[in-house]
Design a protein around this ligand. Structure first.
Ligand code: FDA
Length: 309
């Protein structure tokens, strides 16, 4: 059962067509959207990247869209990444900004080979631009397929990053297996609604699992990327990194665009690598609603902005 009624309400609103039209067209909601999403175009994404880089941060860009069952849509997503990578290179940002890709947006639901081929095209463009790619992780039914595609890509491009989710029971094993030299691994809690057969239902268990997986990554020879806004986990990561003799630069912190921006700057000013996950594109609505559902305070802010326009 969903114990958070506001969360259920927001997720229901996210599926409601008329609410979507109001949110998408209200002039003031554009400002609120802009707090979490860079904008709809490549130029918007590049402009936000430049601003963050000038503030001493690094970036990973996500062209929004997922769960495509249409190969033309998958092709559109690939083309958007190719255009973005070209622009990052041309504007001298490719050493500070990489891309994050959801395989379901490039055809994973249609055919694993199509997703692999599309991901290869994005990796080739990233290599030409002088940057890297991380494969986002989606719901648990896709984990094995995503790790298979990762394995294939890493034969050519060992720098392709993986994502693991501490809410899954399997993840400590994955962390130990992936913590090898040259590997880039993002650890997050996990954002999908998962059954108890595969995931910890309690947040305290998810947090404990996060710490176990963080230890495994820090003990290994790879490059861990700690994606969390959780102040307690950020503190624990600092302690554990020190205990493992990890210097700043041998791991990084990652946070979402618009969430705890002061903390992002504080960590960067301490000498840490901080990477901001920046989503952009026309398909911002579902992403925004998931961020609202995670945090009632954001929703209040959002609804107030809508009502007082
Ligand atoms: P949690 O949600 O438990 O929040 C802990 C604390 O952080 C809060 O109490 C508050 O202090 C602060 N906080 C959190 N959200 C906030 C907000 N919106 N505004 C203000 N403060 C807030 N998931 C996935 O399944 N696959 C993936 O590939 C990725 N990729 C990814 C990349 C990056 C860079 C990040 C940061 C996150 C992801 N995620 C993800 C999402 C992740 O799994 C998770 O859903 C969110 O990061 C929220 O979890 P937290 O660890 O931040 O903690």
């Amino acid at each position: 059962p969903d114990v958070n009624p506001l969360r259920s309400l927001i997720l229901a609103a996210a599926r409601n067509g008329s609410i979507r039209r109001v949110v998408a067209t209200a002039p003031v909601s554009r400002d609120v959207v802009r707090r979490f999403v860079a904008g709809e175009t490549t130029s918007d994404a590049v402009a936000v990247t430049r601003r963050l880089v000038e503030d001493g941060l690094t970036v990973t860009l996500d062209y929004l869209g997922e769960d495509t069952t249409d190969s033309a849509q998958a092709e559109h997503t690939v083309q958007s990444y190719l255009e973005l990578l070209d622009r990052l290179h041309a504007e001298g940002l490719a050493d500070r900004a990489e891309v994050s890709v959801k395989l379901s947006a490039v055809g994973q639901m249609l055919d694993e080979d199509l997703a692999l081929e599309n991901a290869r095209r994005i990796c080739r463009a990233a290599e030409a631009a002088g940057t890297t790619v991380t494969l986002d992780m989606e719901d648990h039914t896709t984990t094995d397929s995503t790790l298979r595609i990762l394995g294939e890509l890493r034969k050519t491009w060992p720098w392709v990053g993986a994502v693991i989710q501490s809410y899954l029971h399997r993840t400590l094993d994955d962390a130990e297996r992936l913590a090898a030299e040259g590997s880039r691994v993002r650890l997050c809690k996990g954002a999908y609604k998962e059954p108890e057969s595969v995931a910890y239902p309690e947040m305290t268990e998810v947090d404990k699992s996060y710490v176990r997986c963080a230890n495994a990554l820090l003990a290994g020879d790879g490059y861990p990327m700690f994606a969390t806004h959780d102040p307690r986990l950020v503190r624990i990561i600092a302690e554990r990194a020190e205990a493992h003799g990890r210097k700043p630069g041998s791991f990084e912190h990652q946070m979402l665009y618009g969430i705890r921006p002061e903390e992002q700057l504080r960590l960067a000013q301490q000498g840490h690598t901080v990477r901001v996950y920046v989503p952009y594109g026309e398909e911002w609505y579902g992403y925004l609603m998931r961020r609202m559902a995670e945090r009632p305070a954001n929703t209040t802010f959002f609804l107030r902005a809508l009502l007082t326009r």
